[in-house]
Structures are given as structure tokens and as C-alpha cells.
Design a protein around this ligand. Structure first.
Ligand SMILES: Nc1ncnc2c1ncn2[C@@H]1O[C@H](COP(=O)(O)OP(=O)(O)OP(=O)(O)O)[C@@H](O)[C@H]1O
Length: 575
């Protein structure tokens, strides 16, 4: 466990300091307990040996004070260390999440990262601030007591130690059980949280389909699994818990019986016997604490493992000596890619000329969005290469690649801030004039003018306060403001009202007019028709390429697709 902490938080000096301070604290507490022996012997002797008792009382007070001081000394390292660990891990996670490929983020369930950052990092900090050091102290105290008693009477000392091997065995047996059940409970909680979020987000769909009260099977299954995981954990923990408590009780009984047996045989004086029995009852406390602290360590270790899984996830390899693109054309050269085993892009080659609008079209699931993601290096292609201005994107340092590209996806994310904040994120230092120009080109100024708060109008978390088309207009304005030579755009599929559709089209035209290389996964016939080049994909393969007129006259797959779209666009509702 400590190895894992050091892996994610490499400060062995602090960890060693904690170990030393808490061992000292545990030993001092043990010494106080052992000193009860001579004190009780002096108090229970006939006549009472007052001077000796006083002497031991003073000694106990001195060592007790030293113990208190050592506890404070331990906290003085542990508490600030916990704060530092939490801060460092959260910063490291933030930095690392920013370096991980975007493709890694695509496959995360909602809530997982939030859980790791907000819940698992405090658990990891808690291990260092108290759980692990307190276990060290809880081991050091009974070890010191057992050693002290061994000096007084080796037979009772052995009785004290008799239960230790069995207790260690039970702890070793229970550790993987606690880990496994904790992992299952964590997994189940994560699933339940993800489905609860999905359930909340899908409310409009449920209501629209008249299923508001009908429940949501995936969430019910996830909640059921969570309850089962909880019951399973309780059931599996019960036996080791009873076994441990039983062993501690047997150990205590053994000490009592040995003391009584020695006393009846005259081998141990009554004051010593009483003192040892008092000691035995205090000896049990830390032994019981060790079990619960060890369980807490296993639970926290699972949290630490989750933090470590993110921190050790590999970013995509960065080039040793980077190359800069010598232009802004994009070449896809025999690209193959699959998300898992299934191949989604199959030996695809195409040239996307600089400063032009290229539309990628094709049936649903044909790999259009995947192509955009591969150009933005969400993942690396399994085979083949993608080149921008002659440079393989794997040779372009990521910050430079990100300066070259702007990405506008269908599910545009807006922060819970003002429209202005959401634009400025693309170019924090942009002048107001530039900001307004970008907004005007994307027809965002309409929205700003309409809203009583203007630029300060809040977008809501995820852009909830804006319509889908309005969100895309913000995203296009962002891309214009970012001023990158290449723009990748996944056109909104949801029906846009004519005003929004016209505005989005105007934004795309503004991008092309500004000389950007625009690659768009296009769904609207107006966008497709005006593209300089159309790439028609099916099953991850490039089936046809050319401009609209050429492809129409070829009367192939694209022509069929176009006719279908055209017919669909002309559909009207008749009474
Ligand atoms: N993150 C992912 N993990 C696993 N499979 C994925 C992932 N994203 C997409 N896929 C699969 O890859 C295939 C291509 O998906 P992609 O989104 O590129 O298609 P598309 O042509 O853009 O579809 P659409 O027009 O419906 O948006 C689909 O079969 C899809 O199910």
C-alpha cells in the first residue's frame, strides 16, 4: 500500500517521518501500560508502598505526557501531509487528464472522474493522515506491552503473544476479501451513479414517450446490483470479523487463565496477577483497532488504485524531435482503425485540400465522426498515417497540433458561464473587436442582441440554457476566434430551425471564406451541395470522392444518398 502511495506521491521523507513518529507514540503508550504493573504492585502490596507508587505515578505522568506530545508530533506531520497529498493528487490528476488523449475521455462513464477527484483523493489522503500511522501505533502498543510482560513473567508474556499468529493469519485472509468486495461495491456505485445521471438527462424523452412513471430498466438493474454488492460485502466480511474477534477473546482468556493458574500455584503474587489482568484488558483495545484500521486501509487502497489507474494511463507518445506542418492540407494514407476488435476505418486513403470545404457523408455508423477524431489525434490509427502539411500527426507535438486545429462537435460543451466567457476560452487575450467579429461571422450576435443580459447571458451547465443550434453557433464562433488554419466540424444532426440552420451555414461559409481547411461531417443537403469535395464513406471505406456535380453524374452511392436526402427534405405533413 505504501509502495502505491509512493508511486503516486513520491515523498518518502514524509512517509518515514510518519512511521517513526507513530511508532514512538505507540511504544510510549505501551510503556505507560507496562508501568501500570509496578504501580499496581506497589499499591496492592501490604502495606502499601506509597513512595514507590508515587514514583511510578510520576513516571507514568512523564511518559504519558511524552506520549501526548508524540501524538501531536505525529499529527504535525500527518495532517499537513494529508492536505498536501490531496492538493498534489488533484493537481496531478488535473494535469494528467489534460494530457491524456481525447479518445481516453470519450470512453469514460459519467461521474467516474468526478468520483476519483472528489472522493478517492480524500480517501488516499486519509490513509496517510491517520489510518496507516494509527495502525503502526496500534501494532507498536501491544508489541511493547507483550515485551514488557515477557520481562516480568515469560509464561504470561507468551500467553499475550499466543493469539498474534492466528490474528495475523485472519487479517491476511480477510484483506483480499475486503479488497474484492470494495472493488465490486465501487464498480456498482459508479454504474448506479452513471445510470442515475442518464435517467435524469433522459427525462424529456421519457415524458415525450409517455413513460415518465414506467421506471428505467438499466438504472433499476444497476441499483439492484449495488444492493447485491452491499449484501455480498456484508456476508463475506462477517466470517473474518467473527474469527478475528474470537481470536482476540481467546487470547484474552488465555492470559486470564494463565495468570489465575500461576496465582493459584503461588508462582505469581496477587498484585502482579491483578496488574496483568488490567493490562490484558487494555491490550485488547489496540488489537481490535488493528483489524478495523487494516480494513480501512484495504478500502482506501482501492481508492488509491483508482487514482493511480488514471495517473498511470499513458498519454499518446510525443515525438522526440517534433515536425511542423508545412501547409494545411490533410492526407489520409491507408488508415485502419478499430475501437476494440471491430475495424471501423478500413484502409482509407483521401486527400483533403487546404483552404477548402470537404464534406464527409455516408450512412450512420460508417465512420465519419471517427475520421474527424483520428485527424484530431483522439487515438492513433492502428495502421497507415495521417499527415497535415506533409507531417505525420504523430510527429507534430500535441500543443502544436492543437494550435493547428479547432474542433466543433455535435455535442458542443459549454461551461456554466456567460456567452463571452465561453468564447474567450478559445482566445483569452482576444480584443473585444475580434470577439465581436467572430460572433458576427457565426451569427452569434443575434443571440447576444436578443438576450437582455447580452454578452453576459448565462449559458448554463453544458449550455443547457441555449438551443442545439445556438450552442453550435457558439462553438463555430469559438473556432473562428481560435483562428486555426484547420477546422473539424461535426454538423448537428438534430433538426435545426431555419434561422439556426441558416446561421450555422453562414458560420461554416465564414470559416471557408477565411481560408480555413474545413472538414465537416455533413448532414444538411445545403452544406453537402456547396462542399468543394465530398468523401462518401460506407463501412469505414471510402466509396466515392468528388464534388457534388461529378458524384451526381456518376450516379453511384452518393447519387442514391442525395436523392434520399432530397426526398426527405421535401417531405411535408398532409392532413
Ligand atoms: N467510443 C467508441 N467505442 C466503441 N465503438 C465506437 C465508439 N465510437 C463509435 N463507435 C462505433 O464505431 C462505428 C463508427 O462510428 P462513427 O461515430 O464514426 O460513425 P458515424 O458515421 O459518424 O455515425 P453517425 O452518422 O450515426 O454519427 C459505429 O459502429 C460506432 O458504434
Amino acid at each position: 500500500m505504501i509502495r502505491r502511495i509512493l508511486q503516486v506521491w513520491p515523498h518518502p521523507g514524509t512517509i518515514n517521518a510518519l512511521a517513526v513518529r507513530y511508532t514512538l507514540s505507540g511504544v510510549l503508550q505501551g510503556v505507560v501500560l507496562v508501568m501500570l504493573l509496578p504501580l499496581l504492585r506497589a499499591l496492592l502490596s501490604q502495606p502499601i508502598r506509597v513512595d514507590e507508587a508515587l514514583w511510578w505515578l510520576v513516571a507514568i505522568a512523564v511518559v504519558g505526557t511524552a506520549h501526548l506530545a508524540s501524538v501531536w508530533w505525529g499529527h504535525a506531520v500527518g495532517y499537513p501531509a494529508a492536505n498536501r497529498i490531496m492538493r498534489d493528487l488533484q493537481h496531478d490528476l488535473g494535469d494528467h487528464l489534460g494530457r491524456l488523449p481525447l479518445g481516453w475521455h470519450v470512453n469514460q462513464t459519467p461521474g467516474r472522474i468526478a468520483r476519483v477527484v472528489a472522493q478517492n483523493t480524500p480517501s488516499a489522503a486519509g490513509i496517510v493522515s491517520h489510518v496507516w500511522p494509527e495502525r503502526i501505533a496500534a501494532i507498536a502498543t501491544p508489541a511493547t506491552v507483550a515485551l514488557g510482560v515477557l520481562v516480568v513473567d515469560w509464561r504470561i508474556g507468551l500467553a499475550f503473544l499466543a493469539a498474534v499468529p492466528a490474528a495475523v493469519l485472519v487479517m491476511r485472509w480477510s484483506a483480499p476479501i475486503i479488497r474484492d468486495t470494495q472493488c465490486r461495491m465501487d464498480q456498482a456505485s459508479e454504474e448506479a451513479a452513471a445510470h442515475a445521471i442518464e435517467f435524469a438527462q433522459a427525462q424529456p424523452v421519457f415524458r415525450a414517450t409517455g413513460r415518465a412513471g414506467a421506471g428505467f430498466a438499466p438504472m433499476e438493474r444497476a441499483l439492484d446490483e449495488q444492493r447485491q454488492a452491499f449484501r455480498h460485502a456484508l456476508a463475506r466480511h462477517t466470517l473474518p470479523q467473527y474469527a478475528y474477534v474470537g481470536i482476540v477473546q481467546v487470547g484474552f482468556t488465555l492470559v486470564v487463565v494463565t495468570g489465575a493458574w500461576l496465582a493459584t500455584r503461588g508462582a505469581l503474587a496477587v498484585p502482579e496477577t491483578v496488574a496483568i489482568l488490567v493490562l490484558a484488558s487494555r491490550f485488547i483495545e489496540p488489537l481490535t483497532a488493528i483489524a478495523s484500521l487494516s480494513g480501512a486501509i484495504q478500502v482506501a487502497d482501492v481508492a488509491l488504485e483508482r487514482v493511480s489507474t488514471i495517473l498511470t494511463a499513458s498519454p499518446l507518445p510525443e515525438p522526440v524531435t517534433g515536425r511542423s506542418p508545412a501547409g494545411h492540407d490533410i492526407v489520409l494514407d491507408s488508415v485502419c482503425f478499430g475501437y476494440e476488435q471491430t475495424r471501423v476505418i478500413d484502409d482509407l486513403s483521401a486527400v483533403i485540400p487546404a483552404g477548402r470545404l470537404t464534406a464527409i457523408v455516408g450512412p450512420s455508423g460508417s465512420g465519419k465522426t471517427t475520421i474527424l477524431r483520428l485527424i484530431a489525434r483522439f487515438w492513433d490509427a492502428d495502421r497507415g498515417a495521417i499527415r497535415i502539411g506533409g507531417a505525420d500527426i504523430r510527429e507534430i507535438p500535441t500543443p502544436e497540433l492543437m494550435r493547428t486545429l479547432a474542433i466543433v462537435f455535435q455535442d458542443t460543451y459549454l461551461f456554466d458561464g456567460s456567452i463571452e466567457d465561453n468564447l474567450r476560452i478559445a482566445a483569452p487575450g482576444a480584443t473585444t473587436q475580434r470577439l465581436h467579429r467572430a460572433a458576427a461571422a457565426a451569427r452569434l450576435d443575434d443571440i447576444v442582441e436578443r438576450h437582455p443580459d447580452g454578452w453576459k447571458a448565462r449559458t448554463g451547465e453544458g449550455g443547457i440554457a441555449l438551443s442545439g443550434g445556438e450552442r453550435q453557433r457558439v462553438a463555430i464562433a469559438r473556432a473562428l476566434l481560435k483562428d486555426t488554419p484547420i477546422v473539424l466540424l461535426d454538423e448537428a444532426t438534430a433538426a435545426l430551425d431555419p434561422q439556426n440552420e441558416a446561421a450555422v451555414s453562414a458560420g461554416i461559409s465564414a470559416l471557408v471564406a477565411a481560408g480555413r481547411t474545413v472538414v465537416i461531417v455533413a448532414h444538411k443537403i445545403t452544406t453537402i451541395q456547396h462542399a468543394d469535395q465530398i468523401l462518401f464513406l460506407d463501412g469505414g471505406r471510402l466509396v466515392e470522392a468528388g464534388d457534388h456535380d461529378t458524384l451526381l453524374s456518376a450516379d453511384g452511392r452518393y447519387a442514391d444518398f442525395w436523392r434520399e436526402r432530397h426526398t426527405a427534405a421535401e417531405w411535408s405533413i398532409r392532413r
